[in-house]
Design a protein around this ligand. Structure first.
Ligand code: SAH
Length: 378
């Protein structure tokens, strides 16, 4: 069975062509799938009966399998989604819906686990398992839309605001390390026959895979967030090991290139606030020098703790002071509100129920012998 969620618009048209079906048929089916959240060919009333019968025989629309559904006190909702169709209970990813006054953001995962091993990230600690397919990435949006009751029947007038107005690829995994599947999913998010989101409402977050940033700009230039976390190479090498491959000078140049043909755009620099590690006044000043000629905004993320991380969240006064230094220099700097704290749905806490199949051994020292904050990466 071919899972039609795996195709973007072009891909589905090509597959339909093999069946001797016209491209407009592919668009019709796409709208039923993504706009109406439909998974049953029989319901696609404006599609020829013979085609519906043929599709039922050879194809399916199979979204991820819900394993857990939790809602936090602040309304943040987290789904644990099985991605191996029952074959492997261990492979699951998390998607998080964050409702706000004037928008609803879905945070989507792109890999099961992650290979980057950032020092402060819980997903990194479980190692890398595998890339998600296009169906599994877009399937999170498809599933969340259905679960939130936000689907629309094709042809029906658009009413009011969408429940999911923004998508951020900031869940588990490094999106740019799973480039092709991510690009197909992005295309579906932007396509009018898919989710019809504007490219500024879809954000890819990367730890900084420089060549892939260039390719993204050439293929689907959506909004880009870069996980900076340190203003110099020595510190960043330790926090984000990928920095050894793509150091700050190359990363900043890639950021500038990303914006070359998009004068109204900016890079969002994510900066996790780790007490005593990267949160001093001197770090803020160094940061300002580093990004001086990159049109950008800062998003400061108070560290979200997880057992055995060895790091601590910067105090609120410290975060405020750090933010003020950036603001005083004329930069835009926001502090990310921590959402879904009580259900471990915050950034860097998504661990899912993924067994660590990497060779990396994560051994937690007993509580008493853990290094104090500030010494965690020494
Ligand atoms: N691989 C992508 C997506 C990661 S998740 C990237 O690196 O950008 C999105 C953001 O959460 C990243 O900036 C990541 O560094 C940050 N993050 C990871 N663990 C965190 C934690 N424990 N607390 C706060 N932010 C964290």
């Amino acid at each position: 069975m071919v899972n039609l969620l795996d195709f973007d618009v072009e891909g589905l048209a090509a597959w339909f062509a093999q069946l001797n079906e016209k491209p407009f048929r592919a668009r019709q089916v796409l709208r039923w799938m993504h706009r109406a959240g439909c998974d049953d060919f029989a319901q696609m009333t404006d599609v020829a009966k013979s085609l519906r019968a043929k599709l039922t025989e050879i194809a399916e629309i199979r979204g991820p399998r819900p394993m857990r559904d939790t809602t936090a006190a602040d309304g943040t909702r987290k789904w644990l989604l099985g991605v191996d169709n029952g074959k492997n209970e261990d492979n699951a990813v998390e998607a998080v819906f964050i409702p706000e006054a004037h928008r609803g953001t879905l945070c989507v995962s792109t890999q099961v686990g992650c290979a980057l091993d950032c020092a402060f990230c819980s997903t990194g600690k479980q190692g890398f398992n595998r890339n998600l397919t296009t169906a599994e990435i877009i399937g999170q949006l498809w599933y969340a839309n259905r679960a939130l009751g936000a689907v629309k029947v094709p042809g029906a007038p658009d009413e009011g605001e969408r429940v999911i107005s923004n998508v951020v690829l900031m869940g588990m995994g490094e999106p740019l390390a799973n480039f092709d599947a991510v690009v197909s999913a992005l295309r579906l998010m932007l396509d009018d026959h898919g989710y019809g989101l504007s490219r500024r409402r879809v954000t890819v977050s990367t730890a900084g895979i420089v060549p892939a940033m260039d390719r993204l700009r050439e293929t689907v230039p959506v909004a880009l967030a870069v996980s900076l976390h340190a203003p110099d190479d020595a510190l960043r090498d330790r926090l984000v090991p990928l920095n050894k491959k793509y150091p700050l000078k190359d990363l900043m140049a890639a950021c500038r290139r990303y914006l070359e043909n998009a004068p109204r755009d900016f890079i969002t620099f994510e900066y996790v606030m780790l007490a005593g590690i990267n949160d001093s006044d001197a770090h803020a000043h160094a940061l300002l020098r580093l990004v001086r000629d990159v049109p950008s905004k800062f998003n400061l993320i108070p560290f979200n703790p997880f057992p055995g991380s060895g790091f601590h969240r910067s105090r609120p006064e410290r975060v405020r002071r750090f933010q003020e230094l950036l603001l005083d220099a004329g930069r835009i700097a926001t502090v990310r509100k921590t959402r879904g704290d009580d259900i471990d749905a915050a950034c860097g806490q998504l661990a899912g129920q993924v067994r660590d199949r990497s060779r990396r051994v994560v051994v937690m020292p007993p509580e008493s012998s853990r290094r104090p904050a500030g010494a965690a990466i020494s």
